[in-house]
Design a protein around this ligand. Structure first.
Ligand SMILES: Cc1ncc(C[n+]2csc(CCOP(=O)(O)OP(=O)(O)O)c2C)c(N)n1
Ligand code: SF4
Ligand SMILES: [Mg+2]
Length: 303
């Protein structure tokens, strides 16, 4: 993928600055969440999207602690439940771009059923999967994405015996409309990938290999950077060929981690196209929300 032109960002510096907040950062030093949040702000800026153009839904976890680190409309939901939340937001107001973020614990354990249905229904949501291979917020337990044998806080000898889930292979098996992969350590690459995801009209699954220097010491920035190669380096790679993407997904990390847009089905119709919404006018569901003052009723209920 082409690197982001920092010059372009400089032109839009004022727009970028609007996303900044005064909140104190609570992530550990070197945490990949900084790079992810930064890349998203850059991507939104470069795509001309301001705070009024999108809603950002957060799951619970270290990734979720980014919810007040961006000046935008954000919702911080329940653990593992961000995808139904984000899909509901999109159906209620399909004029907005909807972005959602969640960790590997939330996505492939707690909320794995929600992931399955978000992919198969192709809800138009840009989904940032913060894959740090552990339950970081709750002090680093093994997740279903922790590679076999890797040590985590509650399995200090690497004794989490269950088969490790391959996240891309699982998503690709559900016939998604768009799948990309990048890493938190390469903000320029991730920015470009997120720009492409923001332009996609269906469910965009963005696998982000996120460093967690506190609990995942085996796979840090250096480890990932030594292995990644952009998919554009494969001559003739066809991102519409799902089996080509599945072959890359199956490749062990030690043989190379291909990044970029791995799969795209331009024919796929998204949920809103298949199930037409609001055929009778230009309004969206959220336009019908009315505000009522229930002060009197509440006062009457007081003993
Ligand atoms: C329903 C529910 N189950 C469990 C928890 C406890 N909990 C909070 S964060 C977390 C782990 C988060 O791991 P992950 O989703 O990978 O995010 P990370 O912290 O790694 O970014 C757990 C188990 C919770 N808050 N709610
Ligand atoms: S525990 Fe890991 S994921 Fe959480 S803030 Fe620290 S480095 Fe980041
Ligand atoms: Mg995690």
């Amino acid at each position: 993928m082409k690197s982001t032109s920092l010059q372009n960002l400089a032109v839009h510096a004022e727009q970028y600055q609007k996303f900044e907040t005064e909140q104190v950062m609570t992530w550990c030093g070197g945490c990949g969440n900084y790079g992810i949040q930064n890349a998203l702000k850059r991507a939104l800026t470069l795509e001309g999207l301001g705070a009024e153009d999108f809603i950002y839904c957060f799951d619970v976890g270290c990734s979720g602690n980014g919810s007040d680190k961006i000046h935008a409309n954000t919702i911080h939901g329940l653990h593992g439940r961000v995808l139904p939340l984000a899909s509901g937001v999109k159906v209620a107001n399909h004029k907005l771009k909807v972005v959602a973020g969640a960790g590997d614990g939330a996505t492939f354990s707690e909320g794995v059923g929600h992931l399955v249905h978000a992919v198969r229904n192709d809800y138009p949501v840009v989904f940032l999967h913060h894959d740090n291979q552990n339950y970081a917020l709750t002090t680093g337990q093994a997740s279903s994405l922790t590679p076999a044998g890797c040590k985590r806080s509650a399995t200090p000898y690497g004794e989490a015996w269950g088969e490790t889930i391959n996240p891309l292979q699982m998503v690709l098996s559900l016939k998604p409309s768009w799948v990309g992969r990048s890493l938190s350590a390469d903000t320029d690459h991730l920015t470009e990938l997120l720009r492409a995801a923001l332009r996609h009209e269906g469910f965009a699954f963005v696998e982000i290999l996120q460093s967690c220097p506190t609990y995942n010491r085996e796979m840090g920035n250096k480890w990932f950077l030594e292995r990644v190669k952009d998919v554009s380096t494969i001559a003739g790679y066809d991102p519409t060929d799902i089996w080509a993407a599945r072959r890359l997904a199956e490749m062990p990390y030690d043989e190379g981690i291909y990044t970029g847009v791995l799969y795209h089905n331009p024919q796929r119709e998204n949920f809103l196209e298949v199930v037409p919404q609001r055929e009778f006018g230009d309004s969206v569901l959220v336009d019908e929300v009315r505000h009522y003052d229930i002060g009197q009723e509440m006062a009457a209920m007081k003993p």
